[in-house]
Design a protein around this ligand. Structure first.
Ligand SMILES: [Zn+2]
Ligand SMILES: [Zn+2]
Length: 391
C-alpha cells in the first residue's frame, strides 16, 4: 500500500504543479515583511480552502498566522507541514520562503485525497515572521504543536543537506541617555551618549577573545546623534547574541550586559536594555525523520550532501518548534552554484525562476512521501518519538 500511495502522490503533485508554481510565483512577486503577510496568507488560505481544508486564521494572537486541517477525526497520526512566507527588506524573497510555503501546502494537498485510506490528519501551520520576531515562538507558546506527531518543512539553500544545528539567539536593543550641550563652547556640561555606544562596541570586542567559538555578537548603531556640534544626548544600538546552547547564551547575555553597563558608567550616561523579541532556541534534529526524508529524496533522484552540521550556522524559530515536537528541517539546493547563498539578490532571483520551481516540486513530493511513511509505519513513528524523548 505504501509504494502505491507514494506513486499516487507523485502523480498528484505533477497534476497540481501549475497551481503550485502559480502560488510560489505569486508570493515571490508580492513580497511582504514579517507580520505583514496579508496578501500571501489570503492567497495560501484560498488555495487550501478550495481543496477542502478547514482554516482558522489569526491563531496564537498573530493576525497572519493560520492553521489549515484535513483528514479523519481520530487519526493514527497528525503531521504538520510548516509554511513560512515572510520576505526580507529590499531583497524580497531572498530566503526563498515562497518555496517553503508552497511545498508545505503542496504536500498537504497531495496527501488530502489519501487521508481516509491512511487514517491520517494533516495540518498546514502558517507561520509568519521567520526573519524578524520569530512567529513560531508565539505559536509554540500558544500550544499549537501540542497534539502533533511530527512537524515538517524544507528550506531552500545552496546545498541539499539533512541536518544543520541552529544557534540560540537573543536580540537586544540598548539605549543610552546623556545630556546635550554645545560641543565646542560647553562640552564639559554634556554627557555623550554616542561615546557610550562606541565604548559598548569596544568592550564587546574585548570580550570576544574570551568566548567560545560558537558565540556570536553582532550589532548596528541605530541612533548616533543629530549634529556634530551637539553632544549627543541619545544614542541607541541593536545587537544579536548567539550560542549553540541556551546555558551559554544566558551566560553571554550577562557578560554583554556588563559591557553595556560599563560603557554607561564610564561616560556618565544611563542605559536601558531591552530584549527585542523572543529567544530563539537551538535545533533538536531528528535522525529518524531525516533518514526517511533522505530515502524519499533519493528515490526522486536527488542526492544528499554530507557536510559539517555545526558550521556556518544561523538561527531560526524552527529551533523552538524542534524542542516541543519531532521536527524535520532539511534543505534542498536551489542551484548547483555554491556562491548563490540565502539573503542575496541572486538567491531571490533563483527562488522566483525555474530553479525555484524545480526545488518546490521536489520538496513537495519528498515531504508528502515522508508523511506517508509516518502514517503507514507505526513502529517508525514510535522510533521518531523515542528519539525525540531521549535526545
Ligand atoms: Zn532568512
Ligand atoms: Zn529562511
Amino acid at each position: 500500500m505504501k509504494i502505491h500511495i507514494k506513486n499516487e502522490i507523485v502523480t498528484t503533485v505533477d497534476q497540481l504543479s501549475n497551481e503550485l508554481i502559480t502560488t510560489s510565483h505569486f508570493l515571490h512577486q508580492h513580497p511582504e515583511l514579517a507580520y505583514e503577510e496579508r496578501e500571501s496568507v489570503q492567497h495560501l488560505t484560498s488555495l487550501l480552502r478550495a481543496h477542502g481544508f478547514e482554516i482558522i486564521e489569526g491563531i496564537g494572537g498573530l493576525p497572519t498566522a493560520f492553521v489549515a486541517s484535513a483528514g479523519v477525526d481520530h487519526p493514527s497520526a497528525t503531521i504538520a507541514f510548516l509554511a513560512e512566507y515572510d520576505a526580507l527588506p529590499s531583497l524580497g524573497h531572498a530566503c526563498g520562503h515562497n518555496l517553503i510555503a508552497t511545498s508545505s501546502i503542496g504536500a498537504a494537498l497531495a496527501l488530502q485525497p489519501s487521508l481516509a485510506a491512511l487514517e491520517g490528519r494533516v495540518l498546514v501551520i502558517g507561520c509568519p515572521a521567520e526573519e524578524k520576531g520569530g512567529g513560531k515562538i508565539a505559536l509554540v507558546k500558544a500550544g499549537l504543536f501540542a497534539n502533533i506527531d511530527a512537524a515538517l518543512l524544507v528550506h531552500p539553500s545552496n546545498r541539499t543537506e539533512l541536518f544543520k544545528d541552529a544557534l540560540a539567539m537573543l536580540p537586544l536593543r540598548i539605549e543610552f541617555f546623556g545630556k546635550a550641550s554645545h560641543a565646542a563652547a560647553a562640552p564639559h556640561l554634556g554627557i555623550n551618549a554616542l561615546d557610550a555606544v562606541v565604548l559598548a562596541f569596544t568592550n564587546l570586542n574585548a570580550l570576544r577573545q574570551q568566548l567560545r567559538p560558537d558565540a556570536r555578537i553582532h550589532g548596528i548603531i541605530t541612533d548616533g546623534g543629530r549634529a556634530p556640534n551637539i553632544i549627543p544626548d541619545y544614542a541607541a544600538a541593536r545587537f544579536c547574541i548567539r550560542a549553540l546552547d541556551l546555558d551559554y547564551l544566558h551566560d553571554l547575555r550577562r557578560r554583554v550586559v556588563a559591557c553595556f553597563e560599563a560603557a554607561a558608567q564610564a561616560t556618565g550616561a544611563t542605559v536601558a536594555i531591552q530584549e527585542e523579541g523572543e529567544e530563539y532556541h537551538p535545533m533538536k534534529c531528528n535522525r529518524t525523520l531525516g533518514a526517511l526524508f533522505q530515502a524519499n529524496l533519493e528515490t526522486l533522484g536527488e542526492q544528499v550532501e554530507q557536510t559539517p552540521e555545526d558550521q556556518e550556522l544561523g538561527s531560526t524559530d524552527v529551533g523552538n518548534v524542534s524542542q516541543v515536537v519531532p521536527t524535520l528541517h532539511p534543505t534542498i539546493a536551489l542551484t548547483d552554484r555554491l556562491d548563490v547563498v540565502c539573503h542575496s539578490a541572486a538567491f531571490a532571483e533563483a527562488a522566483g525562476g525555474p530553479a525555484g520551481d524545480r526545488a518546490t516540486l521536489l520538496a513537495t513530493k519528498a515531504l508528502a512521501m515522508t508523511a506517508v511513511d509516518l502514517f503507514t509505519d507505526p513502529a517508525r513513528l514510535r522510533q521518531v518519538r523515542e528519539e525525540f524523548q531521549h535526545a
